[in-house]
Design a protein around this ligand. Sequence first.
Ligand code: G
Ligand code: G
Ligand code: MN
Ligand code: NA
Length: 253
Amino acid sequence: MLLIKELRIAIEEQQFELFFQPIVDLTSGAIDKAEALIRWKHPTKGYVSPIEFIPILEETRMIIKVGKWVFIESVKQAKIWRKRYHPNFQVSVNTSPLQFQSNSTIDWHLLTKNMGLAAQAIGIEITESMLMEGHDDISSHLLKLRDNGFQVSLDDFGTGYSSLSYLRKFDIDYLKIDKSFVKNLSDGSDDMVLCEAIIVMAHKLGLKVIAEGVENNVQQRLLAHANCDYGQGYHFAKPIPADEFELLLEKQA
Ligand code: G
Ligand code: G
Ligand code: MN
Ligand code: NA
């Protein structure tokens, strides 16, 4: 069957799941944030990677509906985890450009408000390519979202064509260093110099830094030493279902 058709069925039959990956405070070791990552549990093929189906959801505009579901699920979890574990817990959500061209951003505000959650509990992840591709209105939407209290993260930082100009043009709260810079981190390496420089620059601009793709203790230590605020990666945990994520929160409660 065509993937498009299967995705229509997936929406109807709710075959999507939301996984969560911890974002760890490198100073205290606390988990006070999570990134929400969608999973498609295909009835016969098992889990299908979002890399394969997000582009199709985007081409067919189905991402608007699925993105809304992701947002609602993230709000629900943030609410529960704030209440049970951490009053400042935050869940960050990946977004697609189409969501900024529809009324989704208004939805986000209303949904969060109606569900009785502070907007500060939700992070909106945007990528450099979204800003790059000339999706006109994104910056005005971002301004409004931040006015409403949402936090904004710039994802995959360093992989776009003119990363630095985005820091000037757009108001953001977190900068996520792309995992390609973290992969080969070692003392004195070029990647280490780049990470250090990114962190110093971000801090001077008033941003916090999250390093992605932290896979071992050495990377964690080097990043912490360079004053990186947060780490995310397999070293701490893979993206996992909400109930498993809760076990991690239980452990540190
Ligand atoms: O876990 P990983 O394989 O989860 O994710 C692959 C890619 O899919 C990442 O680039 C991630 O940003 C993207 N992605 C995961 N979940 C979502 C989502 O809910 N919405 C959008 N737009 N992208 C997502
Ligand atoms: O939204 P973004 O493109 O940053 O999505 C994060 C992607 O990175 C997801 O596919 C997630 O599963 C993946 N990921 C998370 N931690 C690690 C890690 O430590 N190593 C690698 N290689 N990938 C990771
Ligand atoms: Mn992301
Ligand atoms: Na990323």
